[in-house]
Design a protein around this ligand. Structure first.
Ligand code: PEP
Length: 253
């Protein structure tokens, strides 16, 4: 990748108790003396407050994996953007494929969530990606998803966002997308942002890749695909493998 500080995002999904999250963060802080990457942990709701406390004073970002679109109200079991912010989150993942596939979330909902997150001072990490590995179809699906998820955002708001391209067939399957194809998707996404929001947003909106990234493939993948960072699911659960990814990727920058 070019000479930029990469993003490395852990998505813990429904894993880790409060104690496990805090132990991970303490271990991470002990190991890492320099901060050559933007590292962010998307932790379960229950661990946000304690994780933010454990990360305080370090550049480690703590965030959530989802939120409700409304400011507040009668939505039993839901959590608002303001509540996440209050608990110590600085970002929120939106539109992860598991939310889309298992909970029926669509682009219009993700767009409303993004606008609400921005209003509450949370950085939206917006996930897009196609169902199949058919490349031509993939490009069009990603274009549509971006246009709908980012609808009505001002250039200033868009500059607060991070986009993560995660082809669904690559998530948790061991099937890494080809770096050349991901580079094409990144370029197509940048062109789309320029066309709709103007040239000044393009270097300010990081475009990441997620899907079967491991300590073994992260370094070569990021070099060959030229993405701005990685979103890591399974391989982020163990401190050793996550640290290895951070170390390997930042050797390149
Ligand atoms: C993810 O859940 O966003 C993800 C990329 O998972 P994995 O790294 O396990 O494929």
């Amino acid at each position: 990748m070019e000479n930029r500080k990469p993003f490395i995002i852990a998505n813990w999904k429904m894993h880790k108790t409060i104690l496990e999250a805090v132990q991970f963060i303490r271990g991470y802080r002990e190991h890492l003396k320099a901060h050559p990457a933007h590292v962010a942990l998307a932790v379960p709701f229950t661990a946000i407050f304690a994780s933010a406390e454990a990360a305080a004073g370090s550049p480690l970002m703590i965030g959530a994996q989802n939120m409700h679109e409304a400011a507040q109200g009668a939505f039993t079991g839901e959590v608002s953007a303001a509540m996440l912010k209050d608990a110590g989150a600085s970002f929120v993942l939106l539109g992860h494929s598991e939310r889309r596939r298992l909970f029926g979330e669509d682009d219009a909902l993700i767009n409303r969530k993004a606008l609400r997150a921005l209003e509450c001072g949370l950085k939206p990490f917006i996930c897009v990606g196609e169902m199949t590995s058919e490349h031509d179809k993939g490009r069009n699906i990603v274009k549509e998803q971006l246009l709908h998820c980012l609808r009505d955002l001002t250039p200033e708001q868009l500059r607060q966002c991070v986009i993560s391209y995660e082809p669904i067939w690559a998530i948790g399957t061991g099937l890494l997308a080809s770096p050349e194809y991901v580079q094409e998707i990144r370029q197509m996404s940048q062109e789309l942002l320029v066309e709709h929001w103007g040239v000044e947003v393009v270097d300010r909106v990081p475009i990441l890749y997620g899907g079967s990234v491991t300590a073994e493939n992260a370094k070569e993948f990021i070099c060959r695909s030229n993405v701005d960072g990685l979103l890591v699911g399974g391989a982020s659960l163990s401190l050793a493998s996550f640290m290895q990814i951070v170390d390997n990727v930042t050797e390149q920058t």
